[in-house]
Design a protein around this ligand. Structure first.
Ligand code: PGA
Length: 257
């Protein structure tokens, strides 16, 4: 038993128009209305954030962004600053493997993004995870530890305790392959909490909420959520429709005390 409230977050990626986004969040809001024990978050594309935030106002579903730039303002064509997200979102995903691999986001950038978000009162959802090759070569532990340590440089224990981390093995994202719940729990509990304990102490390691991500869906969420170190899920494909996403939140509420 711990004090970590489960958190199920939908990462919509580059999907949904503004109108589709509003329809989807209205359905999600209605579907999770009476759920108190699980935090539900939706992360739509930037342009839908104001409409989604409005549709969800005074409700229980939180809003997150999918990315941010690390400078306060300036000549950064196409980028979005944390000050623009402040007041609009509670969370922001950083370091997603798609951003690292397609857009060249480095560990240094991820660290800078964490810092600018925290300075603006937005909670980072920090993504880490190894590739298939690294997994097969037995490098998961050292690689993920390195990503965690690099992302946290210069953060206080208090800031780290308030983070959300998402462990997403890259080979499980969008592929239908999932890490077994025991495997995911091991990497989350031993590798990620272990890295945080080494840097900040056991109390901080036990406070931070750590999600699993990668083909999480209604069929496997209960098995994932009954693992002691898994505190939620970052959900891609299954977050794009009301029924599977609501089912995941409800199943999480059923299996967590
Ligand atoms: P998936 O994506 O659930 O579609 O595998 C998860 C993610 O990339 O966050």
């Amino acid at each position: 038993m711990n004090n970590r409230k489960p958190i199920i977050a939908g990462n919509w990626k580059m999907n949904k128009t503004i109108a589709e986004a509003v329809t989807l969040v209205r359905g999600i809001r209605a579907g999770v209305r009476e759920i108190e024990t699980v935090e539900t978050v939706v992360c739509p594309p930037f342009v839908a954030l104001p409409s989604v935030a409005e549709a969800l106002s005074h409700g229980k579903v939180s809003v997150g962004a999918q990315n941010v730039f690390y400078e306060e303002s300036g000549a950064y064509t196409g980028e979005i600053a944390a000050s623009m997200l402040e007041g609009l979102v509670d969370y922001c995903i950083i370091g997603h493997s798609e951003r690292r691999n397609i857009f060249g986001e480095s560990d240094v950038w991820v660290n800078k993004k964490a810092k600018i978000l925290l300075a603006h009162g937005i909670t980072p959802i920090l993504c880490v995870g190894e590739s298939l090759e690294q997994n097969q070569a037995g490098e998961t532990d050292s690689f993920v530890r390195g990503q965690v340590a690099a992302a946290l440089v210069g953060l206080s224990a208090e800031q780290v305790a308030g983070l959300v981390i998402a462990y997403e093995p890259i080979w499980a994202i969008g592929t239908g392959l999932t890490a077994t719940p025991a495997e995911a729990n091991r990497t989350i509990g031993i590798t990620i909490r272990g890295a945080i304990a080494d840097l900040y102490g056991e109390a901080t390691a036990q406070a931070v909420r750590i999600q699993y991500g990668g083909s999480a869906k209604p069929d496997n969420i209960a098995d994932l959520m009954t693992q002691p170190d898994i505190d939620g899920a970052l959900v891609g494909g299954a977050s794009l429709k009301v029924d599977p996403f609501v089912a995941m939140v409800r199943k999480t509420a059923q299996v967590t005390p």
